[in-house]
Write a protein that binds this ligand. Sequence first.
Ligand SMILES: [Fe+2]
Length: 183
Amino acid sequence: MILNKIFSSFIFTETLNFDNKKINNYCLGHLKKEINQTDLLDLNNENIIDLKNTINNKLNVVKDLIGLKKKLKLEINEAWCNNNSPTVTTVPHNHVSSVLSAVYYSKVENNSSPLEFLNPNSMLDYTFKPEFIEDYNDLTSTRWTINLKENLLVIFPSYLIHYVRAGVDNQRISIAMNSKFCE
Ligand SMILES: [Fe+2]
């Protein structure tokens, strides 16, 4: 018998090498009091333009790897910073106006809560109930967990619902980016 995997999803992860001090200062400077998320950033600001260009290139590599048209070019069209407070679970959400999204972690203090993605097949565990599972894998999992660390880049299809659970973590600063195809 041959296992044919169908209707798959994915995430790409990579550790980057950036001057996070500059990025963190820029992010913290744009946060408003009591709010954990900045407004949209100036994508050409000197503090983040290298990061943006690097991630933009990687989004186009991923675009080709998953089989989207080579002649189409993805362009990051919005970015914002998150400064997560330890005790707040982010609301599960996706970024449907985008094609591929990216999040880069410029500061992750010890014991950070993981980033979790939900399987878009929300019916899965009605059929494969937890008590039936020997070992969870990509065919049986309803959630996928990424342990966060500084300098980690995560790229994902923008339809995937994701969130971070509340935890005992200390400060965690991330920059999220969305992309669209160039006109
Ligand atoms: Fe998000």
